[in-house]
Design a protein. Sequence first.
Length: 160
Amino acid sequence: MAAKSVASVIIQRAGQQFLLARQGQRDITGPDMHRRRAGIYNAVVFGRSIEHILGRLKSADRKRFNEWIRPYHHELTTDPLLTWFKNTRDQMLKEGGSDLGVGIFLSSLSGTDMTRLMQNPPPGARGSMLGVPGTRGGPAGMSNFRMDQAVCITWICRLT
């Protein structure tokens, strides 16, 4: 097979993986909560696989590939988000899961707001946890809590 046709097949396959990752992104943000976990896995696994597939372009034309990738190499190896994707993908595929969760970040929270949240938890919620940035939680951490601080409420849910 000629180098040009090998390259076009590789790019086509990377494009297919991109479409699967994009569908995962839509599932994460879509209205069906039961699709969100699969969406996270698809976005992470298929999104990360694009780099591996494009790496096969080296076999078609090593010199051109190296010229093309050189400006991006530093970012690909040092960007925290790309590192997170790599580590999360490895955890999903090699360890059978990940520790992803769901949280709500608020800039203020009143007693009325808290009552409303507790009366209408997300489906599958078994409990909740209130956290304040800069504290370690628990009574000692909460003693520093001020209502004007940012607050994170994490719902503890069963992911099925």
